[in-house]
Design a protein around this ligand. Structure first.
Ligand SMILES: Nc1ncnc2c1ncn2[C@@H]1O[C@H](COP(=O)(O)OP(=O)(O)OP(=O)(O)O)[C@@H](O)[C@H]1O
Length: 714
């Protein structure tokens, strides 16, 4: 979408919201109890009641159905799980969890529960600080790497898609980047060849439910780009297709296996974990888009490679591998390897985040890791939502930490050398799931929404070179802090559904991914300016029949990863995690592209009510600030929608409860309980609405900085 469209869309949203507020004012039910909570929430204007209390028809905000939800999807998912689709190692007969086996059955290298690393009971015992640099002889043992003792490939049972019309981009990859990486530089892992931020998109195949509904595959993929064909209706109700093009570091189509996903995403960063690097791989996307399917196999594959390096290349050098697994659920942390024990997050004097009480398991074989992952995954919070039968309701974080004592011996306590974190985020649209009717699910949705918004805010702050990065905005961003600052690497896998029914969510995911991608622009300005131009290129339209993808030509992987030009030497003083400026900010290379700012394109409208950008006079124009403004407007629109949903939810609850009250209002019945319950629910909703209003006010302030006025209703 181009800048102008973005602004106009937001404008429409703002107008709609204004209308919604009027409606709310006119229809909210009046009672002494709701008056109190409305006042406490600063929503006195909603107190005016209608005589009837009739709720007008609500707009269907979740029009697209969330993809993959419902009965058909459930059957498909169960069928998939039945033959091991995507959950490879879950299909094997599992040995009892480590902790439940007697010590005699444990393998060497495993610790008994009381031998486990104590976690962070003592803040200072937790080694978030990297071990100062010390020589690690690069004992490259070519023979061991080229004849690796490969464990069973857990991807063996992965279903392959019959349709062979496209060949996945990753198919052209060498057998093992790990080998390549070491072959290229036998002295040490080649950290500088790995991009600081890599954004990969993975498209899943159409599922049975989507096929049954004759939904079309609207995503056309090429080597590192894709086109979304969005069907729209003109005013005369004729259909046309709007194309949205995006370019990323890699685009993996529905034929790409989990093995290939691993080779494209995580494998290149494994060796640099031994070079005092913290790396994070996270999956982002709507419910049912394949995040868990994609993320589940990665830690095991990575630990297999890490152990191989430890046992061969870095043999006898005292490296140890630790595994921890926890989830962020409802803003709280739970240890998935320790009976969901509640954990606390603390910041030490150096602003390093410590997770107090997190159990870390020292591991030395793949089987044990597999059991731990299995154990942790089974403890995850999942449940049913309107959009997905088996939805992950939490952000799950699995960490592989490599440690070593200062002198390389096992006598001294080991300290952190590097860390690889895998984050399976909850569905990105959870906050918009209008069919979630129980309180618990709604609260989960609000929390997830908050953390994903906070993540966006952090990414934007980094992007804008802001001094303050709002990591504290959510537990998720506090945990992810490591990913974006210092000597870090980040791989984002954006999972998308190909279905026409998920178009809106897919576009949201791709826009989000595009924002993250812009963080890596400094690596190759030429390429990325081109990319963002393509991404924001004015959408083209064509008749529906001519625009839907047929077969996609396979293109060779000619696009190398962006060149890394940051320093790769580690500064020992850099352990306080002061946000490091992304590389392109330092280089200033982008400055040569003198593009018009958003302000240049704004003008004051005659009525002064709402100001929107004027369309560029000729040709396509693009700028970073234009891009920022659009993102900001998009964000505001998201918030406005979330706010509107909260108000609607509240109205529905009030309506339901009032009906109950009317039914219960019989002689002899005690109504106090009903009133108390209603009050409790309404107070909670009011708090949520207030929070959204605060966020919205913040966005409006920022929008005003861009000289954009928002509609007076908000
Ligand atoms: N690339 C793929 N190939 C085959 N099946 C897939 C693929 N991606 C996802 N699936 C299937 O689609 C279904 C939904 O995937 P998954 O559970 O990973 O979604 P999710 O994004 O994690 O959802 P949620 O956010 O609700 O947890 C599963 O049955 C999974 O097996």
């Amino acid at each position: 979408m181009n800048g102008r469209q973005g602004v106009q869309r937001s404008g429409a949203a703002a107008v709609q919201v204004h209308h919604q507020r009027q409606w709310s004012s006119e229809n909210f039910l009046e009672s002494s109890s709701n008056g109190r909570w409305l006042q406490s929430a600063g929503l006195q204007h909603l107190q005016q009641s209608s005589a009837t209390g009739t709720i007008p028809p609500l707009q269907d905000y979740n029009f697209y159905g969330g993809g993959g939800g419902g009965q058909g999807s459930r059957m498909y998912r169960n069928a998939q799980r039945g033959f091991g689709g995507g959950n490879e190692f879950y299909m094997e007969p599992s040995t009892p969890p480590v902790s439940s086996r007697p010590s005699s059955q444990r393998k060497s290298g495993e610790q008994s529960p009381n031998e486990f690393s104590p976690g962070l009971l003592d803040l200072h015992s937790f080694d978030t600080e990297l071990l100062p640099e010390m020589p690690v002889p690069g004992l490259y043992d070519g023979s061991s790497l080229f004849n690796p003792v490969r464990g069973r490939s857990f991807d063996d049972s992965e279903p392959h898609i019959a349709n062979n019309k496209q060949t996945g981009r990753a198919r052209g990859l060498p057998e093992n980047n790990l080998l390549k990486s070491f072959a290229a530089d036998k002295e040490k892992a080649n950290a500088s060849s790995v991009a600081k931020i890599k954004v990969v998109v993975r498209k899943r195949p159409l599922n049975k439910k989507e096929l049954a509904k004759n939904e079309e595959d609207i995503i056309e993929t090429y080597s590192n780009s894709l086109t979304v064909h969005e069907t729209k209706l003109k005013v005369d109700l004729t259909e046309y297709v709007e194309k949205h093009e995006f370019v990323f570091d890699a685009v993996l189509n529905e034929e790409v296996s989990n093995d290939e996903v691993y080779r494209e995403t995580v494998e290149p960063i494994v060796p640099i974990i031994f070079q005092r690097t913290k790396a994070t791989c996270f999956a982002y996307g709507q419910t049912g888009s394949g995040k868990t399917y994609t993320m589940k196999p990665l830690p095991l594959k990575a630990s297999r490679d890490i152990l191989r390096l430890m046992h061969h290349t870095y043999r006898s050098q005292g490296f140890q591998l630790f595994v921890s697994f926890f989830e962020i659920y409802g803003g709280k942390l739970f240890d998935l390897l320790s009976d969901r024990k509640k954990l606390c997050m603390r910041e030490d004097g150096k602003q390093q985040v410590c997770i107090v009480g997190l159990q870390e398991y020292k591991v030395s074989d793949v089987e044990t890791i597999k059991e731990l992952i299995e154990k942790g995954s089974s403890s995850r919070s999942t449940g049913t939502t309107g959009a997905n039968e088996e939805s992950s309701r939490s952000h799950a974080i699995l960490q592989l930490a490599i440690k070593r004592s200062a002198d390389g011996s096992e006598s001294k306590p080991p300290r952190l050398v590097g860390k690889l974190s895998f984050i399976d985020l909850a569905g990105s649209e959870r906050g918009a799931d209008t069919t979630d009717n129980d309180k618990q699910t709604r609260m989960e949705g609000a929390e997830i929404n908050k953390s994903l918004l906070a993540l966006k805010e952090c990414i934007r702050a980094l992007d804008n070179d802001q001094g303050h990065i709002p990591f504290r905005g959510s537990k998720l961003t506090e945990v992810l802090r490591d990913s974006f600052v210092g000597n870090s690497r980040t791989v984002m896998i954006s999972c998308i559904s190909p279905s026409s029914g998920c178009c809106e969510h897919t576009l949201n995911t791709l826009r989000y991914a595009d924002r993250v991608k812009s963080l890596s622009k400094g690596n190759n300005p030429k390429k990325d300016i081109l990319s963002s131009t393509i991404n924001l290129k004015e959408s083209t339209t064509a008749p529906l029949s001519s625009a839907l993808p047929t077969t996609s030509p396979y293109e060779d992987d000619t696009d190398a990863w962006p060149e890394q030009n940051e320093r790769d030497d580690f500064d020992a003083s850099e352990d306080s995690y002061e946000p490091e400026k992304p590389v392109w900010m330092k280089s200033g290379k982008l400055e040569q592209f003198n593009l018009p700012s958003a302000q240049d394109q704004l003008r004051k409208p005659p009525n002064g009510q709402t100001r929107w950008k004027e369309q560029p006079k000729s040709g396509f124009k693009n700028s970073n600030s234009d891009d920022n403004l659009n993102a900001l407007l998009q964000e505001e629109e998201d918030l406005v929608n979330a706010h509107r949903k909260q108000v609607e939810d509240t109205m529905n609850i009030v309506k339901e409860e009032m009906n109950l009250l009317v039914e219960a209002d019989q002689p002899g019945n005690q109504l106090d309980d009903y009133v108390a319950r209603l009050n409790a629910i309404l107070s909670q909703k009011a708090a949520g609405i207030m929070q959204l209003q605060t966020q919205l006010a913040h966005f409006q302030k920022r929008l005003k900085e861009h000289n954009v006025l928002v509609s007076s209703g908000y």
